[in-house]
Design a binder for this molecule. Structure first.
Ligand code: NAG
Length: 396
């Protein structure tokens, strides 16, 4: 190659790179340059707070960069979007954010890393280590005096959120929570906590619309994904769950006045050694809540205790459930192409409300076995139809 040509190419490449950076838009804030120290001990909270303030106040599309290493974030941080001057902030995380292992430090906050009223926040990569073991031990010892614990990552009243390739481990309480959010995309996310860890739900969604969770794997001590009141238009695809309590719509109907859950799809999922597979759960109490238009499709069960379950008689401690009848109406739930093994003899259990019978349940191509033999099904107040092969024999 001639020298002139080389120089011309080099110039072109450099120019192209410079243009790419400009085109990606916005300033870059590196937490390490703002005082964060990746030694796992020094509290780096302030650097993250300062990075957010700077990014939020800048126009264009700023990026907060977190280089590799373990950063102690000793404080609960609120990333508020109310005063931001842009349409979004990127978090590019190569490192691990570590919560204090002493649970008294964060224990009475609600969320460790809380985003509120943000638009267009995107998080790519990163590990959040909640170091929850101390709090779980406190809770399981039964001695009392334990705080309820914090959620690792929470978004409230936010929209256009993208989370890609994030890992959340050992949260004290829930791992990732969305409340009052619109248009959320979670992809390639991993959640991990021991099977014995209490209340460590993987992803909880409530009062939100347009949440999608794709290609994610969740191993934890409570629900892999829990779907609360007021969730609509939710999409879950390519999900691995287990250990854990399965994917649960509910608990619903604890309140008298409660918005319903509608248009929920779970497509292609594997449940391995979970307490439940796909579950709908409501309190045995008066409520105007409802669940409508749900599709569970292409699902493999590997030794799930309760592969398909509707439980409308939830009432822990048998307190506060007058008459023990749920007001929640369940209608239009499709179970399609669900196969594999049940760890208990009852693979299908529809325990519906005596006053609001389940309607429009649809079982299609279901084959679940227990100890290499057909499993059984139990129905109470459950109405619907079956299509194709259904094993165990349907009780609808
Ligand atoms: C149901 O939700 C999906 C997203 O999961 C959305 O694409 C679709 O338009 C919704 N359907 C209705 C009828 O709102």
């Amino acid at each position: 190659m001639g020298r002139t040509l080389k120089i011309a190419l080099l110039t072109f490449t450099l120019l192209h790179c410079a243009l790419t950076i400009v085109a990606k838009g916005g300033a870059m804030y590196n937490v390490a340059k703002l005082g964060a120290i990746p030694d796992e001990k020094t509290d780096s909270s302030k650097a993250f707070v300062d990075a957010w303030a700077a990014a939020c106040g800048s126009t264009g599309r700023p990026t907060i960069h977190v280089p590799p290493g373990r950063y102690m974030i000793r404080n609960a941080i609120t990333f508020s979007g109310t005063k931001c001057k842009n349409k979004g902030v990127n978090f590019d995380i190569k490192g691990t954010l570590v919560a204090p292992s002493n649970f008294h430090i964060l224990g009475n906050s609600v969320t460790w890393l809380a985003f509120e009223y943000v638009t267009g926040v995107s998080i790519s990569g990163g590990v959040l280590d909640g170091q929850g073991a101390g709090l779980w031990a406190c809770k399981t010892s039964g001695k009392g005096g334990c705080p309820s614990g914090v959620t690792n990552l929470g978004f409230t009243n936010s929209k256009n959120i993208v989370i890609k390739g994030l890992t959340s481990v050992n949260s004290q309480l829930y791992h990732i929570v969305f409340v009052g959010c619109k248009n959320v995309k979670v992809e390639g996310t991993k959640v991990s906590a021991p099977e014995s860890s209490p209340n460590t739900d993987g992803i909880h969604v409530q009062l939100s619309t347009g949440v999608s969770i794709q290609s994610s794997s969740i191993r934890t001590g409570d629900d892999c994904i829990s779907i609360g009141a007021g969730t609509t238009n939710m999409w879950m695809e390519n999900i691995k769950c287990g250990p854990g309590h399965g994917i649960s719509i509910g608990s619903l109907g604890k309140q008298m006045n409660e918005p319903g859950v509608q248009n929920i799809t779970l497509k292609t999922a594997t449940f391995t050694g979970t307490q439940n597979g796909v579950r709908i759960k409501s309190w045995g109490r008066p409520s105007n809540g409802f669940v409508k238009d749900v599709l569970f499709q292409h699902i493999t069960m590997v030794n799930a205790q309760n592969p398909i379950i509707i439980d409308q008689n939830y009432c822990p401690g048998n307190k506060g459930c007058p008459g023990k009848v749920s007001g929640v109406r369940i209608d239009g739930i499709t179970y399609q192409d669900i196969h594999g093994t049940s760890a208990s003899p009852v693979a299908i259990h529809f325990d519906c409300s005596a006053i609001n019978h389940c309607t429009g349940l649809r079982l299609e191509d279901v084959k679940l076995t227990h100890n290499s033999k057909p499993a059984t099904s139990i129905c109470a107040f459950a109405g619907g139809l079956t299509y194709g092969l259904v094993q165990p024999k349907s009780c609808l």
